[in-house]
Design a protein around this ligand. Structure first.
Ligand SMILES: Nc1ncnc2c1ncn2[C@@H]1O[C@H](COP(=O)(O)OP(=O)(O)OP(=O)(O)O)[C@@H](O)[C@H]1O
Length: 643
């Protein structure tokens, strides 16, 4: 049994196998990133040990000189990345390097297209990590031993990056992990000292632990040559730090280049792309902390997954405490990446403490404001960046007003909509833009909600608004109806659903009043007949002031649930409060005039139902009884041929 435990061969989990395959094929044009990923893992492992050692100093085994070491061997064509971090047990190696624990991985893999360029971006969002070593290596060895454990618990993991890996016992004196890549013949450049130094500088300058390489040998002098005869014992190899090795956020802003900020972003976010914008701030006074927050350019693949990794990397006095500290930002800003380093929190802070700590609440509200200000700055900057942001994260930001009532107005200023002003599906108009274009005497911001953009744009409810040149927001995202209910108003102007309640486009002129009265009188008989026939389907029938072209439309009562919300709840199998719509008719429309003149009561009833069903269809609704609609319509069509 023990002999068998010594070496075993195991298969990669299916998803890991797929990802490995993909990685090797789609990231080949960007091979050097493997070094960034492996150094990033090494530095994370050191951070984890530093944190664990706060509670148990014996883990350090008397050695607290943290460093990552990179060794190259041109002849053997290898590169080895060694850290003296936390290390892994045998079980952890199998778990961490043989499977992918991220939720939603299978769904992610299904989304891949086979198009290398697109896929490589997707993998970038997914985070490449350890497996990126296989882009350049034909074989990878990982030799590791967990901090605080005996030397003989060390293990050696080995794989060719295909379908399996082997694992065996291999004692290791020093704690930590060495990853050795046996490079493919066309990747020999990564066994070259200078090439590797330049890649480390490029990607790992900001990492707070030193990344060391062997000091280049000083050229032999004549004196040395003379000494050679004496056969001196070989000197200890000398290592030197290749990177800056100061945590980026602790340096003054003026000394940090954009390139450094971007490289650091890629380290904290595991993202391939550059960030859209960042904000770096040091707060002093009652509370002391530094934050460096980034807005990514692209949404992660699991943005809508409940267990998506979110939150900031938390440090206390420069010591790494935890990843994904969620307490520092609200859920609707879950796309923000970055670091927060507090001088006030205790080093032994836990997630539970964070949840209760009042200073965390104060930080959270300050950081939230910072993010909102950063977004406002991005919007103000012009160019495509804000549009990119909105496309990727606009839907998430729309959750804001409900979650964060205090910042409602600020968030509202960041929202973008499609409107009748452009009549295009792009959501690129702000509420400020709308307000600036409001007509004289207009005191409300109007919107229409529909299933999709085209239904919204063609909604019969818009007819009178178009005629009068009044702008209407065209809303078709699932959250929109709910969002408008949360917002209620912007800049002191109420938000009004054009399909809700009575239309009050203020026109107090005598002429308008007279017209309204006449309309009411003229249609009284028809309204009554319709109300009788449609009694169980509608709450009321009334002549409409909003229709100019369509025969009829549906309106919801002032305090009833909107049609979109109703449909969403129904689709989700949730109970929907009872409530019937109001049918508004356009008495001037030839169809209604025909209806008015119809003496045959059964034909009248059929036509009335068709008018109602059409109004339902026009707003993107579902008919309760589509078969009856079709048979009524067919009967009416057939009568056409008889007449
Ligand atoms: N040098 C190391 N020392 C200790 N543990 C490591 C080391 N390298 C990797 N690991 C472990 O293996 C896990 C998987 O690593 P991998 O790089 O694939 O993913 P990750 O770092 O969690 O996330 P990402 O895919 O975003 O990089 C890590 O979470 C860590 O637990």
């Amino acid at each position: 049994m023990t002999a068998e435990l010594k070496k075993e061969t195991l298969g990669f989990q299916t998803e890991a196998k797929q990802l490995l395959h993909l990685m090797i094929h789609s990231l080949y044009s960007n091979k050097e990133i493997f070094l960034r990923e492996l150094i990033s893992n090494a530095s994370d492992a050191i951070d984890k040990l530093r944190f664990a050692a706060l509670a148990d100093e014996s883990l350090l085994e008397g050695q607290a000189d943290y460093a990552v070491q990179v060794d190259v061997d041109k002849e053997a064509r290898t590169i080895t990345i060694t850290d003296n971090g936390i290390g892994m047990t045998r079980e952890e190696v199998i778990e961490n390097l043989g499977t992918i624990a991220k939720s939603g991985t299978a769904a992610f893999l299904n989304n891949l297209t086979g198009d290398q360029k697109k896929d490589s971006q997707l993998i970038g969002q997914f985070g490449v990590g350890f497996y990126s070593g296989f882009i350049v290596a034909e074989r990878v060895e990982v030799h590791t031993r967990k901090a605080g454990e005996a030397a003989d618990t060390g293990v050696l993991w080995e794989s060719h990056g295909e379908s399996e890996f082997s694992i065996e016992e291999r004692p290791r004196e020093s704690r930590g992990t060495s990853v050795t890549l046996y490079l493919k013949s066309d990747c020999a450049e990564f066994a070259d000292d200078w090439r590797v130094r330049s890649v480390i500088k490029k990607y790992s300058d900001h990492i707070s632990v030193p990344v060391k390489m062997l000091k280049p040998a000083t050229p032999a002098t004549d004196a040395d040559a003379d000494d050679k005869e004496a056969e001196q014992p070989e000197a200890e190899p000398q290592y030197e730090a290749v990177n800056e090795a100061t945590a980026l956020w602790t340096r003054p802003r003026s000394e940090i280049t954009d390139e450094e900020y971007k490289a650091f972003y890629q380290h904290v976010s595991h993202d391939f792309e550059e960030p859209l914008i960042w904000s770096h701030n040091k707060v002093e006074g009652k509370q002391e902390y530094t934050s460096l927050l980034y807005i990514p350019k692209r949404a992660p693949f699991d943005l809508w997954n409940r267990d998506m990794a979110r939150g900031l990397k938390l440090y206390v006095q420069r010591t790494f405490i935890m990843d994904e500290a969620e307490q520092f930002l609200p859920l609707y800003l879950r796309f923000v990446k970055g670091v927060v380093d507090s001088n006030d929190l205790p080093l032994n802070v836990s997630r539970e403490i964070l949840q209760k700590d009042s200073s965390v609440d104060a930080m959270r509200s300050a950081l939230t404001k910072r993010v909102l200000d950063m977004l406002a700055k991005l919007a103000k900057k012009g160019g495509d960046d804000y549009a990119t942001f909105w496309k990727e994260f606009g839907q998430v930001l729309k959750e804001g007003p409900a979650e964060d009532f205090g910042n409602k107005e600020k968030i509202a200023g960041l929202l973008r909509f499609a409107t009748t002003h452009t009549d295009k599906p792009d959501q690129d108009q702000s509420l400020q833009d709308y307000v600036a274009r409001m007509q004289e005497g207009q005191d409300k911001i109007y919107y229409v909600v529909a299933e999709n953009f085209n239904t919204a744009r063609k909604s019969p409810h818009l007819e009178v608004f178009r005629k009068k040149g009044i702008e209407v927001l065209l809303l078709s995202d699932r959250v929109d109806d709910w969002l408008m209910n949360q917002l209620q108003e912007f800049d002191g102007k109420p938000l009004q659903d054009v399909a809700r309640g009575a239309l009050d486009l203020e026109d107090d002129s005598e002429q308008a009043k007279a017209e309204k009265e006449k309309l009411k009188q003229d249609s009284e008989a028809l309204v009554e007949r319709l109300a009788k026939v449609l009694d169980d389907k509608v709450a009321e029938v009334r002549p409409s002031l909003r229709l100019t072209e369509s025969p009829a439309c549906l309106v919801v009562g002032e305090h009833d649930m909107g049609a979109q919300m109703r449909r969403i709840l129904e689709a989700a199998g949730q109970p929907v409060p009872p409530g019937k719509p109001i049918l508004e008719i356009n008495p001037g429309h030839p169809l209604l005039q025909m209806l008015d003149a119809e003496a045959d009561e059964s034909r009248f009833a059929d036509l009335a139902h068709v008018v109602l069903d059409q109004a339902t269809l026009a707003e993107g609704g579902q008919l309760e009884d589509p078969a009856s609609f079709v048979s009524r319509l067919n009967a009416l069509l057939l009568q056409l041929s008889k007449s």
